[in-house]
Design a protein around this ligand. Structure first.
Ligand SMILES: Cc1cc2nc3c(=O)[nH]c(=O)nc-3n(C[C@H](O)[C@H](O)[C@H](O)COP(=O)(O)O)c2cc1C
Length: 188
């Protein structure tokens, strides 16, 4: 299970909740890893379409190749971004845009994802664009969104630690992945 953290704030609410998911997963036997997108060099998609030529590949030489490797190596992805102006952070959006180069690859098939979205607002609607962006993109590329944790009413670094129900939700998300994995295996 790999976490892709889109918050620039270390030990912030996104980081803490994602780490909670990964720690719980580790206890349940998953290998886990966290990637901080703020530490990675990921350039903007230039829409040059070189990636869509026969045998084409992205012309940008940056950390995306190693991030794709991280994606390939795990069955479950945890994406975390706080709400920034009703959307995801720029770090997360730039990363997602670059999937344009390989969204039709098998890379996305049979993967599962957990989404973590902290925000200051207490109106769940404020997270709707972020959740909708991921849900629709995942539907398009074939990823199953197993759980969404919207952590509302958290503003300052670490506020989420005072919210045991959100920490519990993060822990519970791991069982949801396990259950949906088992259900799929049973159907085969
Ligand atoms: C640039 C910026 C834009 C933000 N925009 C929103 C917003 O539109 N709605 C909201 O509820 N919170 C907004 N927030 C608050 C963050 O979502 C909130 O502080 C969150 O807990 C930060 O998560 P972190 O601790 O992982 O950085 C914004 C914060 C920043 C820095």
């Amino acid at each position: 299970m790999t976490g892709f953290c889109g918050s620039p704030r270390r030990k912030g609410n996104t980081d803490i909740l994602m780490q909670t998911v990964l720690d719980e997963a580790s206890e349940k036997g998953f290998d886990t890893e966290m990637v901080y997108l703020s530490d990675a060099h990921v350039g903007f998609c230039k829409a040059c379409d070189a990636c869509h030529l026969p045998n084409g590949k992205c012309i940008i030489d940056d950390d995306m190749e190693s991030l794709v490797q991280n994606m390939k190596e795990s069955d479950v992805w945890v994406f975390g971004t706080p709400v920034y102006w009703w959307g995801p952070t720029a770090q997360m959006k730039v990363f997602v845009d670059r999937w344009y180069g390989f969204y039709s690859d098998n890379l996305f098939k049979n993967k599962k994802a957990i989404l973590v979205v902290p925000m200051e607002d207490t109106d769940e609607k404020t997270a709707s664009h972020v959740v909708g962006m991921f849900q629709d993109s995942f539907d398009y590329v074939g990823v199953e969104l197993s759980d969404v944790i919207v952590a509302d009413g958290v503003r300052n670094r670490g506020d989420v630690k005072e919210r045991p129900e959100l920490i519990q939700k993060a822990k519970d998300s791991v069982s949801k992945v396990v259950v949906s994995k088992k259900a799929k295996t049973a159907k085969k």
